[in-house]
Design a binder for this molecule. Structure first.
Ligand SMILES: Nc1nc2c(ncn2[C@@H]2O[C@H](COP(=O)(O)OP(=O)(O)O)[C@@H](O)[C@H]2O)c(=O)[nH]1
Ligand SMILES: Nc1ncnc2c1ncn2[C@@H]1O[C@H](COP(=O)(O)OP(=O)(O)O)[C@@H](O)[C@H]1O
Length: 156
């Protein structure tokens, strides 16, 4: 599915490309876009712009976006049934840490991330999304893909 490219002030990771993974912004350039919503997450700013959404919608009616839970709540409120929310979780947060380490995340950035309010908040589904979000336990990747496919098929 076409993915909305969002904006961030965080540093690119190795292999990440501007305009592919994110639009990488400075504190100053971040403000040049028009946002449906924006948040702070672990000390960096992130936002989904109307420009980015429009680019994705030009390619497909069915688009996907990766958000923190604060962003998901805003999309649910603004778009109602047009926004299908999928909350991915794991059985224990140690798994998340292992995966981020395996992905090659910088150790000190990671240490900062896992103690941030936003990281800790997003380990569980917020009350506002209860009964509204699909919840998938992402322990097994093949199973996750199958469950996501089942949800997406309802909207094709
Ligand atoms: N609300 C909101 N959250 C975003 C946006 N872009 C990324 N995020 C979220 O910000 C958090 C941190 O993103 P990132 O550092 O790229 O972490 P990653 O998801 O581990 O690759 C994740 O929960 C993302 O889903 C956005 O435009 N709006
Ligand atoms: N079910 C899973 N089993 C094993 N590894 C996974 C699973 N789901 C995600 N991962 C890995 O965990 C890391 C973080 O996942 P994710 O945040 O979805 O990816 P991305 O790095 O694209 O933002 C990635 O390296 C991804 O390949």
């Amino acid at each position: 599915m076409t993915q909305v490219i969002t904006h961030t002030t965080r540093q690119p990771r190795i292999h990440e490309e501007n305009g592919v993974d994110y639009y990488f912004e400075t504190e100053a350039s971040f403000g040049n876009n028009h946002y449906l919503e924006s948040v702070s997450y672990a000390g960096n700013r992130y936002g989904s712009s109307f420009e980015g959404l429009e680019q994705a919608w030009q390619k497909s009616d069915l688009i996907t976006i990766v958000l923190d839970t604060a962003g998901a709540i805003t999309y649910q409120r603004e778009l109602g049934d047009k926004a299908v929310i999928i909350f991915l979780k794991v059985d224990d947060s140690g798994t998340l840490l292992q995966r981020m380490k395996a992905r090659g995340d910088d150790t000190s950035i990671l240490a900062n991330r896992i103690k941030s309010d936003e990281y800790l908040r997003d380990l569980s589904l917020p009350d506002e999304l209860k009964g509204k979000a699909h919840v998938i336990n992402n322990n097994n990747w093949e199973r996750t893909k199958h469950l996501v496919d089942e949800i997406v098929e309802e909207y094709r």
